[in-house]
Design a protein around this ligand. Sequence first.
Ligand SMILES: Nc1ncnc2c1ncn2[C@@H]1O[C@H](COP(=O)(O)OP(=O)(O)O)[C@@H](O)[C@H]1O
Ligand SMILES: [Mg+2]
Length: 241
Amino acid sequence: MLRVENISHTFKSGSEVTPVLHNISFEVHQGDMVALLGSSGSGKSTMLNLMAGLMKPTEGHIYIADQDIVKMGENKLAVFRRKNIGFIFQAYELITSLTVRENVELPLVFQSVSPSVRKKKSLALLEAVGIPDKSELFPSQLSGGQQQRVSIARSLITEPSIIFADEPTGNLDTTTEEEIIRILIDLNKKMKTTFIVVTHEPEVAQRMQRIFTLRDGHMITEKRGTAESEPAEGVPDSENS
Ligand SMILES: Nc1ncnc2c1ncn2[C@@H]1O[C@H](COP(=O)(O)OP(=O)(O)O)[C@@H](O)[C@H]1O
Ligand SMILES: [Mg+2]
């Protein structure tokens, strides 16, 4: 469902040239729970931004649902992103003037979904992430872990096929980190949503199903994590081993 093919990326500003990614290729199947692991500066966020269609790579192709997003024009890409891709950020990125429920519903407002349907879906997702009682509060009234739960619910409301999370537990203490990881693993199992989780913490990566490690912009290995995988239908076991 996601195929990264020979991606290289170099940042250029003036005479300064920073090569960041070198000939990266990998494939992710529907329902995979993937960690992108690497130390700070290894190129994780750049890779994530490219896969999410927020930037164009210097070289290579990225296919999501058989469409090359590198070739897509900005307007088409914006629509494609809204329909197929969800985001979870390290700093939650909630809108402080909206309630928890309004934050979760926001992506649907842009899709002209009726208020009653929006409400039903957002309340169900807030229940799924364990904070059904917080819907009418504002983000500032919530702990960091609770705010991240809201942002997870928001990422799921459009039923995207893939969710990108950039250091989703980066601002949280270890107990809360564990709660958030459990929620992500649980949602991945229940909803079969594909997750790509960027982290610099090996302990977090280890909890996922597949671990891709980046070092200095090179993909070095793929390892197996501890999250149980259910191979996607039609994918033979040999492809997963
Ligand atoms: N917009 C940019 N312009 C120039 N260099 C950048 C830009 N964004 C990131 N970089 C550089 O690319 C490298 C990888 O950054 P990044 O992808 O953010 O790594 P990570 O998320 O793994 O910490 C770093 O050396 C960073 O300084
Ligand atoms: Mg980063």
